[in-house]
Design a protein around this ligand. Structure first.
Ligand code: SF4
Ligand code: SF4
Length: 156
């Protein structure tokens, strides 16, 4: 089984779980606007905002026309799979585990519809008016441990 099969089970790099945005070129930004994809600037660079409106479930609906940043990105887990450092079933197990942990966190913090779970959790934790329970903090930490430990590249 290939990385593309794993990605169709995952979608974490498109749904706002791993990132808030993807860098795009000015030309790509112009092409994305008529598609209804939210774009903007971050630290003077053009970006498209995540979660991406062209993600249907876990599938990119503009796959052939997706921006270069999407084409080039492979998460750390995906790189390890491609390098045959772990079998597909183990990689899928990591995807299933973080999905379960995100669902567990969502059940505790109740994000508004369309709001990525981790983003809402961070906003609650950073808020001076929202009281966050230890159970919610622990659930958040369990997601972050997998996000950084499995999906994001290790620190240089
Ligand atoms: S986070 Fe990794 S496995 Fe998941 S969709 Fe993105 S590249 Fe694929
Ligand atoms: S354009 Fe496709 S690959 Fe890029 S973020 Fe959106 S759904 Fe994901």
């Amino acid at each position: 089984m290939s990385l593309s099969s794993l990605c169709l089970e995952c979608g974490l790099c498109c749904d706002g779980t791993l990132f808030r945005h993807v860098g795009v070129t000015p030309a790509e930004r112009e092409q994305l606007v008529p598609l209804g994809i939210g774009v903007g600037t971050k630290r003077r660079h053009d970006v498209m905002w995540l979660p991406c409106g062209k993600l249907d479930g876990k599938c990119c609906t503009i796959y052939e026309a997706r921006p270069g940043g999407c084409r080039r990105f492979v998460c750390h887990l995906g790189k390890r799979l491609e390098a045959k450092e772990l079998p597909y079933d183990e990689a899928l197990g990591h995807v299933r585990e973080i999905q379960a942990r995100v669902a567990e966190l969502a059940a505790l913090i109740h994000p508004p519809p369309g709001e990525p779970v981790l983003r809402h959790a961070r906003a609650c934790i950073d808020s001076t008016t929202t009281k966050v329970t230890q159970e919610q903090l622990d659930a958040f930490a369990r997601v972050e441990a997998l996000r950084y430990g499995v999906f994001m590249p290790p620190p240089a």
